[in-house]
Design a protein around this ligand. Structure first.
Ligand SMILES: Nc1nc2c(ncn2[C@@H]2O[C@H](COP(=O)(O)OP(=O)(O)OP(=O)(O)O)[C@@H](O)[C@H]2O)c(=O)[nH]1
Ligand SMILES: [Mg+2]
Length: 219
């Protein structure tokens, strides 16, 4: 089984090195997609031993992750792991996701974060709200639809593949899994929030809700 990790990164030069080094212990290849960072994320990623590509302009987390997964498919991955570059997803939990994916012969596993005190209140509300709407509109069973931590098979990727370029990616992930009836489970992972001045905002949650209504009507 060839396992490839895909890490989208934007201005993460201070946080990405330990993420790559830890991830390399559990996978065969690490692909970092540098989303046109203003800092030296790209050089840092290469030095840490990742296969790094740099986008010619900033396109968003969804776009960057899709470019990385398409490349992982080209590099003959059997299993793809997606995780963020900012340390919010602990690579030490990769074996747990892989074990569940293989033991239950699943298509995808979600690294699911408890909505505990580590998650800012507004995020807990947003996370609960979007997961609830996905349940109502698509009968999604996933509690943490907003996680960026996934393990899925290359066979399932064409049915998961998304069109969202920015933060809508994670919601579209969960919606495509529900729409295509893919075999999935959630595995609890740590809830980690890092102090940084960018990330998902309220407007992104509103956009995700509008997208879900559009996908529901189009279904
Ligand atoms: N913010 C941002 N992140 C991007 C972009 N492109 C790629 N990323 C990466 O996508 C991943 C998720 O983005 P985050 O900004 O951490 O989103 P988030 O985790 O929902 O928000 P926080 O909880 O504030 O971290 C990180 O690894 C980013 O480095 C982009 O254009 N903007
Ligand atoms: Mg983050």
């Amino acid at each position: 089984m060839k396992i490839i990790a895909v890490i989208p990164a934007f201005n993460e030069s201070k946080r990405i090195e330990p993420v790559i080094k830890k991830t390399k212990r559990f996978v065969d290849e690490v692909i970092v997609v540098d989303d046109h960072s203003r800092d030296n994320t790209y050089e840092t990623a290469k030095k840490a031993g990742a296969k790094a590509i740099r986008l010619i302009s900033n396109m968003g987390a969804g776009f960057a992750t899709r470019v990385g997964c398409d490349l992982a498919m080209k590099n003959r991955a059997d299993i793809i792991i997606t995780l963020d570059a900012d340390g919010q997803h602990d690579p030490e939990e990769i074996p747990k996701l892989l074990k569940t994916l293989q033991e239950y012969n699943l298509d995808i596993v979600f690294g699911s974060r408890p909505r505990n005190e580590n998650m800012p209140k507004i995020r807990r509300l947003g996370n609960w709200g979007l997961s609830f709407i996905a349940k109502i509109l698509f009968n999604s069973k996933v509690k943490d639809t907003q996680t960026g931590y996934h393990a899925f098979t290359s066979k399932a990727y064409p049915m998961i593949r998304w069109s969202s370029s920015r933060y809508g990616v994670v919601t579209e992930f969960a919606v495509n899994v529900a729409k295509n009836g893919l075999r999935c489970k959630e595995v609890e992972v740590k809830t980690i929030y890092v102090d940084k001045n960018f990330g998902m905002r309220k407007r992104d949650a509103v956009r995700a809700t509008i997208s879900m209504l559009k996908w529901r009507i189009k279904k």
